[in-house]
Design a protein around this ligand. Structure first.
Ligand SMILES: CC(C)(COP(=O)(O)OP(=O)(O)OC[C@H]1O[C@@H](n2cnc3c(N)ncnc32)[C@H](O)[C@@H]1OP(=O)(O)O)[C@@H](O)C(=O)NCCC(=O)NCCS
Length: 158
């Protein structure tokens, strides 16, 4: 048993599992149709976190033609699988892919009161670029965060 699990690109057959994860959000629910759309869209990349054969997390990254900025549209890890670095590994996978695509920045929106997500993004170098008062359906305030991507410099040889 590999308790660390793994992060891999999503496949079409992950659609139902992704929908179940997205249903963890009380607002802004996604339909199965939108999940399937993201899974086949050339402007979306989706990863899942897998633990003991079960899908326990997903991240959707959106790109736009003629834009060097990608957007993390959604990231969620099932409550029982949190704290195992799945969130971090999925965001890093998205960043690596964005760099491969030649993109320069990733942006996203987060609720001001979402301490866990804000700590995750802060750890990975995301900074606040805009306050979004009343951004969410329930009136909660949001923040736009962004991260300018850079390849790690190779370690110097002695
Ligand atoms: C936010 C979320 C994706 C984090 O996923 P996770 O797999 O549990 O996070 P990780 O284990 O990868 O944690 C990575 C870092 O995030 C931060 N973090 C994660 N959970 C945290 C918590 N509950 N409190 C404080 N910091 C937290 C820490 O800095 C952590 O690094 P560390 O382990 O070195 O301390 C998860 O809590 C989640 O799905 N929440 C509900 C959905 C959501 O809010 N999505 C984000 C919308 S913008």
């Amino acid at each position: 048993m590999n308790e660390r699990g793994r992060v891999r690109p999503a496949k079409h057959r992950d659609d139902a599992a992704i929908l179940t994860l997205e249903e963890l959000f009380p607002s802004d629910r996604m339909s199965l149709r939108s999940v399937r759309h993201f899974l086949k869209s050339p402007s979306a990349r989706t990863w899942v976190a897998e633990l003991e054969g079960a899908v326990v997390g997903n991240l959707i990254l959106l790109t736009r033609r003629n834009s060097c900025v990608a957007r993390i549209y959604s990231v969620v890890v099932a409550p029982q699988a949190r704290g195992r670095s799945f969130g971090e590994r999925m965001v890093r996978a998205a960043q690596t892919e964005a760099l491969k695509l030649g993109l320069k920045q990733i942006k996203l929106e987060v609720r001001v009161d979402n301490a866990a997500a804000r700590a995750l993004y802060a750890k990975l170098g995301y900074v606040e670029s805009e306050a979004l008062p009343g951004y969410y359906e329930d009136g909660a305030d949001g923040l736009r965060l962004c991260n300018t991507l850079s390849r790690k410099k190779p370690a110097k040889r002695r």
